[in-house]
Design a protein around this ligand. Structure first.
Ligand SMILES: *Cc1c(COP(=O)(O)O)cnc(C)c1O
Length: 379
């Protein structure tokens, strides 16, 4: 848990996140068994806002052999939390960050000539080669060695005595779309890059390409190691790829309590802009969570919560700190549990439902959950 989140761990606020670490363990185990490969658990963005260190520990318990982050800072945070597993930084940081990266024994991804040269020089100086994973762009169009530069860059890597090339990898742009041929074309380009590397004497132990969708849908992308992120949290990588159907369980539950209850007359307007009016006489509950906590304002009049064991509509504009719920004839009581994401009674609300209603993806739903929400890790 980063220090900035600690000040909200007071227990004063009923609104909170619960993270089921048993679910993370089971999801990692499931993905590793499915892929028959090593698992690199992706815990960037504070573990997709689930809490990087506890999730990382659960992932390692579930059989992961690697962790991955986006930033050097995120890797240092895991080291400070006592994690000593290999940690891959998924893209090159600025060259100025290399001393900190090496100090924390993080494994860099590399693809640019100057970055490789700096690492090589550092490795020669220490007389202990620096572990590195080389990233090839086979069609993602973001970072990685582009095809036109491949031969030259692989020659540089092959000649770099200061580097210990442990891995070579690529990233798939459309693995969540089962029927497109982009993935096949990317994997063919990756195979060609592996062949070329081998001819130059670069034969890393770990070849990898698959994110969650690649792991689930594209067996030929699994290679020696898979890099699932969203799947270890039990969430779907896309609307067409249902995590539950693939045997994954959501780990995150978002909970609160009724903070205020009132009876209103039919026609009473509610919240900013009066974008909703009571259809009948009935009860309104106020819940102390809003868009500053990460509930998308786009869910205004488009989502439900669980209260009293039933689905009930969120009504009126979602505000910064609070939202309202229509309870009809059922009187809510201050202190009643409200489930925003998760289960109550027989009902379940999933992040996939919010993603569809807010016209986004599960990734954005969970990574928008803010530091204002205390995290409780269970299991
Ligand atoms: C974020 C990321 C992943 C994980 O992707 P998911 O879709 O969350 O499984 C894997 N590899 C790279 C390079 C990434 O940036």
């Amino acid at each position: 848990m980063s220090t900035s989140t600690v000040r909200f761990q007071t227990g004063l606020r009923p609104t909170r996140i619960e993270v089921d670490l048993d679910a993370v363990r089971a999801n990692v185990h499931h993905l590793g068994a499915l892929a028959d490969a090593e698992v690199c658990a992706v815990v960037k963005a504070d573990g997709y806002e689930h809490g990087a260190a506890p999730v990382a520990r659960a992932a390692l318990d579930g059989g992961a052999t690697w962790l991955a982050v986006a930033l050097v800072e995120e890797g240092i945070e895991l080291r400070d939390a006592g994690l000593d597993a290999p940690i891959l930084v998924l893209s090159e940081p600025p060259i100025a960050a290399v001393p900190e990266l090496l100090e924390a024994k993080l494994t860099p991804t590399a693809y640019r000539e100057p970055f490789l040269a700096v690492l090589d020089a550092a490795g020669r100086q220490r007389a202990a080669p620096i572990p590195v994973h080389v990233k090839v762009d086979t069609g993602m169009g973001r970072v990685g060695i582009p095809s036109g530069e491949l031969t030259e860059r692989l020659r540089q890597v092959a000649a770099a005595d200061g580097l210990d090339v442990q891995g070579i990898f690529t990233h798939l742009a459309r693995a969540d779309e089962p029927d497109v041929d982009t993935t096949d074309r990317q994997l063919a380009a990756f195979e060609a890059a592996l062949d070329e590397a081998a001819k130059l004497g670069v034969r890393p132990r770990l070849r990898h390409a698959a994110n969650t969708a690649g792991t689930l849908l594209h067996p030929s992308a699994r290679y020696d190691l898979v890099r699932p992120g969203i799947g270890i949290y039990g969430l779907s990588p896309a609307a067409e790829v249902d995590a539950a159907e693939h045997g994954l369980t959501p780990a995150l539950h978002l909970l609160s309590e009724v903070s205020y209850a009132k009876r209103v007359d039919a026609g009473t307007p509610v919240s900013y802009g009066h974008r909703w009016r009571a259809p009948d006489d009935g009860w309104i509950a106020t819940v102390p969570i809003g868009y500053a906590d990460g509930v998308p304002r786009a869910l205004t009049n488009r989502a439900q919560v669980l209260l009293g064991g039933r689905r009930r509509p969120m009504v009126g504009s979602v505000t910064m700190d609070q939202l309202m719920v229509w309870c009809g004839d059922d009187e809510p009581i201050v202190g009643d549990e409200v489930v925003l994401l998760g289960s109550q009674g027989e009902e379940t609300i999933r992040a996939e439902e919010w993603a569809a209603a807010a016209d986004t993806i599960t990734y954005e739903i969970v990574t928008q959950l803010s530091v204002r929400l205390p995290r409780h890790h269970l299991g």
